[in-house]
Write a protein that binds this ligand. Sequence first.
Ligand code: AHM
Ligand code: MG
Length: 335
Amino acid sequence: MSSKVSLTRYLIEQQRIDGHIPSQLRLLLEVVARACKSISQAVNKGALGSAMGSAESENVQGEVQKKLDIIANEVLIEANEWGGHLAAMASEEMDSIYLVPNRYPQGEYLLMFDPLDGSSNIDVNVSIGTIFSVLKKPEGDHGVEESDFLQPGNKQVAAGYCVYGPQTTLVLTVGDGVAMFTLDREQGSFVLTEEHVTIPADTQEFAINMSNMRHWDEPVKRYIGECLEGKEGPRGKDFNMRWIASMVADVHRILTRGGVFLYPWDKREPEKAGKLRLMYEANPMSWLIEQAGGAATNGKQRILDIQPTKLHERVSVMLGSKNEVERVTAYHAGL
Ligand code: AHM
Ligand code: MG
């Protein structure tokens, strides 16, 4: 790339080219990026700061919160509540929606996030991230309610994540492909480092928590079983396995070099549709993957077409290289 393109310049140019980033949305994305920079700072300080370890509290999902889960949540709220671009926010770490306080102007967007994804990796210095999804508030004069958030993923107007790894990288879609921005710490800004990201349709790499194998249902056992058989099996090729236990980092690898990621329903908690959350984990990631030419399903249905019924709804997730996702979908259909 000859001259550096900052996130700000990229968004302004996108706005000019086709006008599909209204100025409020542009502001929103810049504010989210600024919040991610600040979370990245806290992550980088590690044990030198005060962000490590457990907060000794639980979120609405019954998961123990880490200090960094809470800090990242507060950073995102404080950065976003006053700018006038939002009507409300929702987060993995908050039981119910967060309305923009009356003292601030109200905007037309709804922001959802998993402030710190891959929490189990915080204390062991492995990649973690922030995932976000943006919807438009439905028309009408009523105040914002939880039901306003319950829109399928195909209604998202922007989605992305920021991965805090060896580099801090922001990955974004506004429905016109996927772009990646690397944080330049000296300049303090995100710089465009990859555009028109494309996932190869075929892969020889899968990501799944293998320790749950005995709990999966038959189609997933069959799919992974065949990958494990390698060259001698029906696939006729060897597969490699990776599992970072941070969806952000696993999806980032897939967007970079292809692969397939699965967190399927399993028998440990059969009443739950899966482990991952639909609205602020699966939907934004599925849209990014589709925008890069991949596919995302719960085994039976395109994730982006699922009509949510509650904010913290869970879902079975299989996403990545198109031909692999089609294969696992076919196995679910009994083919
Ligand atoms: P979190 O949002 O509480 O961090 O949980 C979601 C994470 C995903 O990032 C990751 O894919 C998965 O949980 C890891 O689960 P497991 O601990 O079963 O490997
Ligand atoms: Mg998460």
